[in-house]
Structures are given as structure tokens and as C-alpha cells.
Design a protein around this ligand. Structure first.
Ligand code: NAD
Ligand code: MG
Length: 397
């Protein structure tokens, strides 16, 4: 265990991404506590090779076969001892290794679901950034965590803040703990004040330029549409076992308060900090201890004031769609998530206008057939159907 001399083994799924790199930055500050056992990426073999040189992991996995082949050649050439593997099954394998205590789930999108489930089945401590996994299959993932004594800790900054503000005896017990509601903060993204009539023509480059956070492209677009907050409402429902009506989205442009919990006695607890994901990553890595994250302390005088406003649903229709999906339940959130992934990809590829994202999702939710979620196959089938519907809608434009 960490702190007692023995190193704690870690797999970072999605290690070349924004969260992956921030995770390795925190780990680099604590060589006495953690050992990187496995790193994974999609197709950036150059990025993963660089990480292999620095971290000397036992395993490196590339989802893409050709990228894995290139990585393997280079690993051999440089005489590194890392075992290179490829494909979706290998991602699941390194999420479940005996030598691994903690799995950082930082793959973006539905691709992260199966390896995250594998980590849960193997009873790991899961640091969850991959919110899409929980949105798609909340019931299944939460059940696997419980049945296998896994531990699920939220890296998403809002959920991490809520986790820190919850009653001491934990997230299982909100009503008894006197929690009335959750105030989920949102920055409002780059288009918070852009005239609504101009939104149709905003570009991917404008959309991925977030005012406060430096993140991957998909979540940056999700922040611009506020679908990110919609996904986070659903994520919070599962993590904290709370009804969607008790989650209130609050626009807070400074992104200093990362979320709040409101109690029946009138107390509102908030977690504050500079907008830097290394704080929630360090918090979940060491929990229940605290470790240095490399993040500077908040200078409250420099911030001066904090602003709050209600979200504008005309500007951000995706938020409403997410509430509808979680109210609907069953496979509806999986449909919402898949249609969003297809739409965001098309927008990033200049094949769909910004406001088309919400139209694609609305269409997919209207056309899809929903079922209850009892098996993973039901989730994956809803995901496939929604991708087909969204693709077909976009092709007709
Ligand atoms: P990113 O695009 O920067 O990185 C994604 C990582 O996943 C990369 O390592 C990539 O190689 C890997 N990947 C992508 N597609 C894959 C596939 N098909 N198979 C296997 N691996 C694949 O994304 P990010 O910003 O780091 O976000 C990762 C997750 O964390 C997302 O679910 C996001 O919503 C969540 N999150 C991110 C932030 C942030 O600040 N970046 C904050 C909160 C939550
Ligand atoms: Mg977040």
C-alpha cells in the first residue's frame, strides 16, 4: 500500500490525453507511492512511445493495430522492456491486472466503457474521468462496482467537488445525511454571451477554445453546447444516487467553485480551487489522504468576486435533452450519448453546424426505441442504433 513502502500499481487508460497527461504529472511528484504498470492510447504511437521511455510500464496498449505495430518496432529498437499489445481486449486486460490497484479511466467516449467495466469486475479502485461510461450504462457499472468491491472515485471536477462536500459517511446516504440538492456548476463555455443568432456559424476552432479549462476536443465541444453539463447531471444521478430534479445547474463563469451541496439546515458546502484537473486527480489518487498535486493555492483576492446565473435553455438545448433522457431512463441516456458523439465528430469535421448537434440528438431520441437496461448488450445495441440514426440524419443534410 501507498505510504508503507510498497508502490501502488496504476493503469492509465487514455494516458496520452488531457486527463492522462495530468495524471502522469501528479504521479511524477510521488515516485515513493505509485508505479505505472500500464499505459494505453488510441492511435498516437509517438506519444505513447515517449511515455514508455519515461515511465517504463510493463504494458503499453494501442487500440489501433497499425499504431501498435509501429510502437512495437520502436520499443524493440530502443531496447525498452515494455510489452506492446493492441485492440479492445488488451485494454480490458490491462484494466484487470493483479499488479494493478488503481485504474484511471480517462479514455474519451463509449470506447472507455468495456475497459472501465473490466476494472470494476476485477475489484479495482477506479478513478473515473470517462463520464460517458456511466451515462451509457450507469446501472451496470454501479452494480459491477458493488458486487466486486471495487471503489469508484469521481475525477470529473464537479463530481469530485460534490464528493468532497457530501456527508462524511459517504455518497450512499444522501437523505439521511440531510442533503437537499446538488448545485452543479458550469462555466457556460466559450459561447455563454455570443448572440444566439451567431451560434449557427461558430467554428470548431472557436468551440474548442474554452475560457477556463484546457481539455480534449470532444469534451471542449460538449462544454460549448453544455451537453457536458447534461452528461454530468446523469453522471451525478448514478454516482450519488440522487434524482435529476434535485440537481440544479448553475452557471458560474469563473470556474472557481467546482460544485456545491445544499443541506436541509440551510448550509451550502462548496469546494473551490484553481481550474486544474490535477487537483481532483490527486484527491482521488490519494483518497482518503491528501497529496501535493502541483496546483497553486487559490488566490482569493486575485479572483475578487464570484458570479452565478441560471442557464439559458434556448441557447443550450442539449441540457434539456439530457434531463429528458435521464427522466426517460433505460437506454435513453445511451442513445443521447451516442448521438452526441456522432454529432460532435461531424461538427469537428466541418460536416455539421454547431446548432446541428442538438438537432441530431433530438432526432435520434425521437426515433430510437428504448428498452430497460439489464444487460450490456442492450446498452451496446442502443448505442449502435443511435449511431445509425445520427449518421443517417447527418447524411441527409
Ligand atoms: P482526450 O481526447 O484528450 O484524450 C482521450 C484519450 O483516450 C487519449 O489517450 C486517446 O488516445 C484515448 N482514446 C480515444 N479514443 C479511443 C479509443 N477508441 N480506444 C482507446 N483509446 C482511445 O480527452 P480528455 O479531455 O483527456 O478526456 C478524457 C475523458 O475525461 C472524457 O470522458 C472526458 O469527458 C473526461 N473529462 C475530461 C476533463 C478534462 O479536463 N480534459 C475533465 C473532466 C472529465
Ligand atoms: Mg466536469
Amino acid at each position: 500500500m501507498a505510504g508503507s513502502g510498497q508502490l501502488s500499481g496504476i493503469t492509465v487508460l487514455g494516458s496520452t490525453g488531457s486527463i492522462g497527461v495530468s495524471t502522469l504529472d501528479v504521479i511524477s511528484r510521488h515516485p515513493d507511492r505509485y508505479q505505472v504498470v500500464a499505459l494505453t492510447a488510441n492511435s498516437d504511437d509517438a506519444g505513447l512511445l515517449e511515455q514508455c521511455r519515461q515511465w517504463r510500464p510493463h504494458y503499453a496498449v494501442m487500440a489501433d493495430d497499425q499504431a501498435a505495430e509501429r510502437l512495437l518496432q520502436n520499443v524493440k529498437k530502443e531496447g525498452l522492456e515494455t510489452t506492446v499489445m493492441s485492440g479492445a481486449d488488451a485494454l480490458e486486460q490491462v484494466a484487470a491486472l493483479d499488479a494493478v490497484e488503481t485504474v484511471v479511466a480517462a479514455i474519451v467516449g463509449a470506447a472507455g466503457l468495456k475497459p472501465t467495466l473490466a476494472a470494476a469486475r476485477a475489484g479495482k479502485r477506479i478513478l473515473l474521468a470517462n463520464k460517458e461510461a456511466l451515462v451509457m450504462s450507469g446501472r451496470i457499472l454501479m452494480d459491477e462496482v458493488e458486487q466486486n468491491n471495487a471503489v469508484l472515485l469521481p475525477v470529473d471536477s464537479e463530481h469530485n467537488a460534490i464528493f468532497q462536500c457530501l456527508p462524511v459517511n459517504g455518497a450512499q446516504n444522501l437523505a439521511q445525511g440531510g442533503v437537499e440538492k446538488i448545485l452543479l456548476t458550469a462555466s457556460g463555455g466559450p459561447f455563454r454571451t455570443t448572440p444566439v443568432e451567431m451560434l449557427e456559424n461558430v467554428t470548431p476552432e472557436q468551440a474548442v477554445t474554452h475560457p477556463n479549462w484546457d481539455m480534449g476536443r470532444k469534451i471542449s465541444v460538449d462544454s460549448a453546447t453544455m451537453m457536458n453539463k447534461g452528461l454530468e447531471v446523469i453522471e451525478a444521478c448514478w454516482l450519488f444516487d440522487i434524482e435529476p430534479q434535485r440537481i440544479q445547474v448553475v452557471i458560474h463563469p469563473q470556474s472557481v467553485i467546482h460544485s456545491m451541496v445544499s443541506y436541509i439546515d440551510g448550509s451550502v458546502l462548496a469546494q473551490l480551487g484553481n481550474p486544474d484537473m490535477r487537483t481532483p486527480i490527486a484527491h482521488t489518487l490519494a483518497w482518503p489522504e491528501r497529496i501535493d498535486s502541483g496546483v497553486q493555492a487559490l488566490d482569493i483576492f486575485e479572483i475578487g468576486h464570484l458570479d452565478f446565473e441560471a442557464p439559458d435553455h434556448e441557447r443550450f438545448p442539449c441540457l434539456e435533452l439530457a434531463y429528458q433522457a435521464i427522466e426517460q431512463g433505460g437506454t435513453a441516456p445511451a442513445v443521447l450519448n451516442a448521438a452526441n458523439e456522432v454529432a460532435v465528430n461531424s461538427f469537428l469535421g466541418h460536416k455539421l453546424p454547431f446548432q446541428g448537434i442538438a438537432r441530431v440528438i433530438r432526432y435520434s431520441l425521437e426515433q430510437a426505441s428504448f428498452t430497460d437496461v439489464e444487460t450490456l448488450e442492450q446498452v451496446l445495441s442502443a448505442d449502435r442504433q443511435a449511431r445509425e440514426l445520427a449518421t443517417e440524419y447527418i447524411a441527409r443534410l
